[in-house]
Ligand binder design. Sequence first.
Ligand SMILES: [Zn+2]
Length: 85
Amino acid sequence: MPVCSVVGCGIRKTPNRPSLTIHRIPRNEHIKNKWLEAIGKENLKSNVKDLYICSLHFDDKFFNKTLNVTRLRDDAVPFKFVRVS
Ligand SMILES: [Zn+2]
């Protein structure tokens, strides 16, 4: 089960968080670097394969929600400064 890689978050999906989604870092190098930069892990760049970020770190506008599937848009980038409530 993937765990959010953002420092200070570490959330994993559980049944009592039905609206939470966890997203794997994109393959696209350009977007991938933006993700890493946003979460302060840009020094990991080339060797990162499995890194996950939960939906708390994205603006609602980046999600395409249908009845039972939440998809992250291809151009989605996490918030630069992460605050977890
Ligand atoms: Zn998170």
